[in-house]
Design a protein around this ligand. Structure first.
Ligand SMILES: [Cu+2]
Length: 399
């Protein structure tokens, strides 16, 4: 009989504790290999049950970790550790309890507290910050933004909390939207506990690039800097912190979407923002939770409503750390692809695209049939760890 998933997980938690110099009972914990992400998926208790344990482990500092490990093996959970709150996440195969999804599956049970987090993935889909608009003496449009970095705990699945670093309090940060040729002025304030920068993708002078050692370089805690540049080229871009180690500063949540509309605009459409992201909840350099717009399975529980035959334009940016690529697949349909959004002519007609880290694309789609259509990463592993949602297409279906 081999070592069970829970025994491996318990051993892992104890090792985390030892690395952090916390009190552990080494003898009580078997010395076994780390559980891999795939074992999270295979675990009989369900995907998110395993994740919950991993996610709360770093928050258990005062609690003897070996006791937690023992509790896991014995099926008892210590009180006052945060684990109790996470327990309802555990779902069993074949028992769904979800209303947004038409079949049973390993998706997180319950809801995140959007009020506490001051972030709701549903309105986030259609929120654009166009800045404070004024005219420069030469007649050009000036758009002023303020972005504040600060530390904040966010909830990435029901009961799973992540100590994020945020732009404007949310992950992803506010979606900034300007028009081609505008002058863009961003007052950045670092109210966090680490040095940060704002690095925009686009064409600009070196000192506005937001990287260490150039121009203002890293902005220290309590510091501020105003980045200024012209909005070129039109397309779908992003901003993120560029402080080193880069993967940690990005993965902690310091990124957002930056849209430069073409001068002539794009045809009217229902527009949606989707930032592919993921979270390494136990800081081992691998992600355990995947999503678009942060909260695992949120759009499976709260389907995105669109009208039959209306033009839907989806802005997709991949900000996933640690995994080299991510992807999006839409069921029962095909879409036009505008890579980086820098052309008004689509380059592809397909139902699945993959994006490397920082790559982005605008997708345009019309749903000819009413009903529910899934969308998800086509890496099944990511799907099962949270990156999955549903479009609910409304309207008369005359077929
Ligand atoms: Cu940073």
């Amino acid at each position: 009989m081999g070592v069970t998933f829970l025994e491996r997980l318990a051993a892992r938690i104890a090792r985390i504790g030892r690395r952090r110099g916390l009190r552990t009972d080494v003898a009580a914990v078997p010395d076994v290999p780390d559980p891999s992400r795939r074992e999270f998926i295979r675990a009989g208790v369900g995907v998110v049950g395993g994740l919950a344990v991993a996610a709360v482990a770093p928050r258990l500092a005062p609690y003897p970790l070996a006791n937690l490990a023992r509790g896991l093996r014995d099926g008892t959970t210590p009180s006052g550790t945060g684990l109790a709150a996470a327990a309802p996440l555990i779902t069993s195969p074949g028992h769904s309890g979800q209303h947004g999804l038409g079949h049973s599956g390993n998706i997180a049970v319950g809801e995140v507290d959007t009020k506490r987090m001051a972030y709701d993935p549903v309105p986030f889909l259609t929120q654009f910050d166009r800045g404070k608009v004024s005219q420069l003496p030469n007649g050009r449009t000036l758009r002023k933004f303020q972005v504040v970095a600060h530390d904040r705990e966010i909830e990435i699945a029901p009961g799973i909390f992540f100590p994020a670093w945020t732009f404007n309090g949310t992950v992803p940060g506010t979606t900034l939207r300007v028009r081609e040729g505008d002058r863009v002025r961003i007052q950045f304030v670092n109210a966090g506990t680490h040095p940060h920068t704002m690095h925009f993708h686009g064409i600009h002078r070196a000192e506005m690039d937001g990287v260490p050692g150039v121009g203002p370089g890293e902005i220290p805690p309590g510091g501020s800097f105003t980045y200024e540049f012209d909005a070129i080229p039109f397309g779908l871009h992003q901003y993120h912190c560029h402080t080193l180690p880069l993967k940690r500063h990005i993965h902690k949540g310091l990124y957002g979407m930056f849209i430069i509309d073409p001068r002539q605009g794009r045809p009217p459409a229902r527009e949606l923002v989707m930032v592919m992201n993921a979270f390494d909840t136990n800081f081992d350099g691998e992600n355990e939770v995947y999503a678009v717009n942060t909260v695992a399975f949120h759009y499976a529980k709260h389907p995105i409503r669109v009208k039959r035959n209306e033009l839907v334009r989806i802005y997709v940016v991949n900000m996933t750390e640690f995994d080299p690529i991510n992807s999006i697949h839409i069921h029962g349909n095909f879409f036009h692809v505008y890579r980086t959004g820098t052309s008004l002519v689509p380059s592809e007609y397909t139902d699945t695209i993959m994006l490397c880290q920082a790559e982005r694309a605008i997708l345009e789609v019309r749903f000819p049939y009413a009903g529910r259509f899934m969308f998800h990463a086509h890496q099944s592993e990511f799907t099962e760890l949270g990156w999955m949602g549903v479009f609910e297409v409304t309207g008369d279906d005359d077929v």
